[in-house]
Design a protein around this ligand. Structure first.
Ligand code: GDP
Length: 410
């Protein structure tokens, strides 16, 4: 069986955590390859809700968990998560790549500092220090996870840099020792391990963070995250052959949400917005901020499907549509009087495009059962398959692990 990459196709928060947890059974390892503790992947089992910021979502299936070199690791968050899990009676069988960039209190302070500096042009980051941590790596100013383990973690250049920019950088006293303890015994070579796992005939699942439209280069720059979110980043970030990527499953919500600032063509305001936010519990898993709400944007979704080479889709939050008496999808944008369905063409002026909607039959009150899709729901799913030219293999109809319909036997 090939490896599988599960990637978010919108602005993040598509429900990747649930889908990764659902699929993890079939894989030997689950690997985080991008982002950091700015992610918040949620898994609901019975009455218990788990939110993972750094630990891969295969944890509750007792999988080998790998944090690849493309991830920005905050040692304190990692320890908190490992301890939370231990208290619940789970064990994290975890390795963190020695090349991971590390988030210190300095990067978190820098995150807030830059947001303040930008004033009304602030991005609305989670202030977890992820962007600054990647920037420090690009500037070759910060040591890495392996340096902590080897005792060669030298922050002197970074400190000089921060002192030249900020009046009062946070104190770093005692930080290195505690970070070293956090990562003690966890450092590994994740790329090498994945290749060995594959050579032994076992497959791995790559778990994406954030969403395609937040990609540092291909998203809605500058309102993007500090890393790449595309599936094609998997091999480069992990240091494995491009051919090891395997299949790509894209996760999309049946409507759209966005946290933070930036263009959002299908954003809605009013009663439907509040209804979706409250029934869909659209509040950030990391910051608790209310998510902005919009209709499903097929123009953006097609872009995401195409760029990721998505082979199959997981559609989430269908249950929320059954609470809505109206249901629209955006099929085109009006760009200065000209209609286009090409997201990349509209991208430079995305904040001024007007969405062109198609009203679809509402799914209000539609019966949802995991055994089979009833006709109105099936019709919508078929419509989406026709538009996207890929199959929908999973339909999620509730936050619970069990509220999942598998459409194709794969
Ligand atoms: P992720 O970062 O992509 O994993 O997404 P989040 O965990 O931030 O947000 C998704 C939220 O939607 C979580 O609270 C999930 O428990 C929840 N969720 C996932 N799938 C469904 C679904 O089909 N229906 C409902 N109602 N909630 C879902």
């Amino acid at each position: 069986m090939p490896n599988l990459c599960i990637v978010g196709l919108q602005w993040g928060d598509e429900g990747k955590g649930k889908i990764v947890d659902y699929y993890a059974d079939r894989f030997h390892s689950v690997v985080r390859y991008n982002g950091g503790s700015n992610a918040g992947h949620t898994i609901v089992i019975g009455k218990r809700t788990y939110v993972f910021h750094l630990l891969p979502s295969g944890l509750l299936k007792n999988k080998r968990l790998l944090i690849g070199p493309g991830v920005a690791v905050d040692p304190q968050t990692l320890t908190e998560e490992v301890e939370m899990i231990r208290r619940e009676g789970h064990k994290a069988n975890l390795a963190v790549d020695g090349r991971c960039t590390i988030v210190t209190p300095l990067e978190k302070a820098m995150d807030s500092f830059i947001e303040e500096l930008k004033g009304d042009k602030a991005i609305g980051t989670t202030k977890r220090g992820i962007g600054p941590s990647y920037a420090m790596r690009a500037l070759r100013l910060t040591p890495r996870a392996g340096d902590l383990a080897r005792g060669t973690f030298d922050l002197s250049s970074a400190l000089k840099f921060y002192r030249s920019l900020m009046k009062k950088p946070p104190s770093m006293e005692g930080w290195t020792e505690s970070a070293r303890t956090s990562l003690s015994g966890l450092i590994g070579d994740v790329g090498e391990e994945i290749m060995e796992t594959n050579e032994a005939g076992r497959s791995v699942l790559f778990e994406g963070a954030q969403g395609v439209l937040l990609d540092l280069v291909h998203g809605t720059y500058p309102y993007v995250t500090g890393t790449h979110t595309l599936a094609s980043y998997v091999p480069a970030s992990l240091g494995i052959p491009a051919t090891s990527l395997g299949d790509v499953m894209g996760v999309a919500k049946a409507y759209a949400t966005r946290v933070g600032e930036g263009p959002f063509p299908t954003e809605i305001h009013g009663k439907v917005e509040s209804l979706i936010r409250e029934t869909g519990r659209e509040y950030g898993a990391t910051t608790g901020r209310p998510r902005r709400i919009g209709w499903l944007d097929l123009v953006a979704l097609k872009y995401a499907v195409k760029m990721n080479g998505v082979s199959t889709l997981a559609l989430t939050k269908l249950d929320i549509l059954t609470k809505l008496k109206e249901f629209k999808v955006c099929t085109h944008y009006d760009v200065d009087g000209t209609e286009t369905a090409e997201f990349s063409r509209a991208l430079p002026q995305l904040s001024s495009v007007k969405p062109v909607y198609l009203d679809l039959p509402p799914l209000y009150g539609a019966e949802l059962t995991t055994a089979r899709l009833h006709r109105p729901v099936e019709k919508f799913v078929e419509y989406l398959e026709d538009e996207m030219k890929v199959s929908v293999s999973i339909v999620s109809m509730g936050e619970e692990r069990t509220a999942t319909h598998r459409r194709v036997t794969d």
